[in-house]
Design a protein around this ligand. Structure first.
Ligand code: MN
Length: 528
């Protein structure tokens, strides 16, 4: 069979709905091909930097060197730390690790950590999910004679002064989409110490870090989720509502829980999660998992109350939203900005005040460039991030000037909001079979977003509110249930009879052992 006929057959095997979703996505031919022909992991990376890495690690193992892994406090950073630590242990090394405190120390390897590592006799530091911008720390390491290997996927602005830099852009075309944990996992493969758990951790991190779902990263997510559904890895399984899970479940159930640990750095320590993933006793696993769950509940409550407060402070006329409130917890300003951005469709900056410093976070819809916009204000103390998200800080006395900048420049900025495509669907088409038929296209994510569907002029039989009106559940013709989580006060007040369109995603849930298909509402369009 030729390649061409194989391709055609594969397309024909897609269900009608999956075919439509793929068509609507308008992807380039190579990406379509990747989706239609899922493949196992690539050959182990042969790039010179990876070869140099394995040589250096084998030498460290022979000489029983003290090696330290310097991680990051988000899910990707925690998983990357774990993957490399567990991998290196198999070579007889006993690597130390350190993840900084988000609030007290901030992001990235610090000069202070390097000094402490030096005092404790570490001769080699390996950064994961950070390091390309750790200029001061790298200079300190050089001064003290501590060798540093940087492994990171953040954009290299200036060549780091490290003994070795491992970056996705230097690993070959298949590897360009790797996150920090993805790099760490590929390094364990190169050292031949990889295993199924490490693959699962790399998959969870790739989803959590919203990496482009292409090439090796696509395979890591597919293979990692398959392994997780098979083994139900005992440290991550407690965070999951039911098996099997897909990437959306991981994004909503696992990633936020792990990220909560780093966010609420005044109540928890991200380093403990690395230790947790090595815990063998089931009672201890359950106890810690419960603590993580409680922490996540706190994070959710904090976010919900702060978001409600932020909503009141929003000036509806502004083009770029700016809210600054000292009551906001600095670990969640990004989450509030994200919610404001998705509710209003506008770029949003949310700040808090800590010890005379304004610390904030920005989120923007596709088409807007956060870092570009913010770099127009020349008095920022720090700025980092990318297109859709950025972190910033400024002196308290510059707050009014910054506010003015956001108002004036925000009003002047022109950007083309990217129209999200939708597929029209009838209520009777929302079936378990149809929703399952989309599974062959997974994982969805950056580059190939979870498809949005539109129910046009739906017949609504009844509805009721949950959690004092926070959520609303509609029952439509044929018994289909459409659930609208976190509805706004506008939604609460609008007459249901004026609903013209329900826009949202399709999802499966299990009730009493039976699977059913639901419509998850994101947005409601009202008529007059
Ligand atoms: Mn990362």
């Amino acid at each position: 069979m030729t390649n061409e006929t194989m391709k055609t057959e594969n397309t024909a095997q897609l269900g009608q709905l999956a075919g439509e979703v793929l068509e609507q996505a308008g992807l380039d031919p190579d990406f379509r091909e990747e989706i239609l022909n899922p493949r196992p992991l690539r050959e182990v990376c042969q790039a010179p930097c990876v070869k140099a890495f394995t040589d250096r690690i084998y030498k460290a193992a022979r000489q029983k060197e003290k090696v330290m892994i310097a991680g990051d406090y988000d899910c990707d950073g925690i998983m990357a730390t774990t993957i490399l630590r567990q991998g290196l242990r198999k070579l007889g090394l006993e690597p130390g690790y350190y993840i900084p405190n988000r609030i007290k120390e901030g992001y990235g390897l610090s000069a202070n950590t390097v000094s402490l590592a030096h005092e404790k006799g570490y001769s080699l530091i390996i950064t994961v999910d950070n390091g390309v911008a750790a200029k001061e720390a790298l200079a300190k390491a050089k001064e003290l004679g501590v060798e540093v290997i940087v492994t990171d996927h953040h954009i290299i602005q200036e060549e780091p002064d490290a003994s070795l830099v491992i970056h996705p852009t230097r690993m070959g075309d298949d590897f360009v989409d790797l996150c920090g944990a993805g790099i760490a996992y590929e390094l364990t493969r190169a050292l031949d110490v990889d295993d199924q758990n490490l693959l699962i951790y790399a998959a969870v991190a790739s989803i959590s870090d919203c990496m482009t779902v292409r090439r090796e990263t696509r395979s890591i997510i597919q293979q990692g989720l398959r392994a997780f559904n098979m083994t139900r890895e005992p440290h991550l399984a407690p965070f999951v509502r039911s098996f099997p899970v897909n990437e959306t479940d991981v994004a909503f159930q696992i990633a936020p829980r792990i990220n909560a640990i780093g966010r609420l750095a005044d109540r928890a320590n991200a380093n403990t999660f690395v230790r947790y993933l090595e815990e063998g006793s089931l009672p201890k696993i359950n106890r810690y998992a419960q603590q993580v769950d409680d922490l996540n509940t706190q994070r959710k409550d904090l976010t919900a109350s702060s978001f409600a407060r932020a909503l009141v402070e929003v000036n509806p006329l502004s083009s770029v939203i700016f809210v600054c409130d000292p009551s906001f917890h600095e670990g969640i300003v990004g989450l509030i900005a994200g919610q404001l951005c998705s509710k209003t469709g506008k770029p949003a900056i949310v700040c808090t005040e800590v010890d005379g410093i304004i610390k904030g976070s920005m989120r923007a819809p596709a088409g807007f460039h956060c870092v570009e916009f913010l770099s127009g204000f020349d008095r920022l103390l720090s700025l980092g991030g990318h297109e859709r998200a950025a972190g910033l800080s400024l002196a308290l006395e510059d707050k009014d000037a910054f506010k003015r900048f956001v108002r004036v420049e925000g009003g002047a900025v022109e950007y083309v909001p990217v129209e999200e495509s939708r597929i029209e669907i009838e209520p009777q088409e929302v079936t378990v079979e149809n929703v399952q038929s989309l599974d062959v296209l997974r994982p969805f994510g950056t580059g190939f977003e979870l498809p949005h569907f539109e129910l046009d002029r739906p017949t609504i039989f009844s509805f009721f509110d949950l959690s004092e009106g926070q959520h609303r559940k509609f029952t439509l013709a044929g018994g289909l249930q459409a659930v609208h989580f976190n509805q706004t006060s506008v939604d609460q007040a609008a007459p249901v009879s004026s609903i013209e369109k329900l826009i949202g995603t399709l999802s499966l849930s299990t009730w009493g052992g039976k699977r059913k298909a639901d419509f998850l509402v994101d947005e409601i369009v009202y008529g007059n």
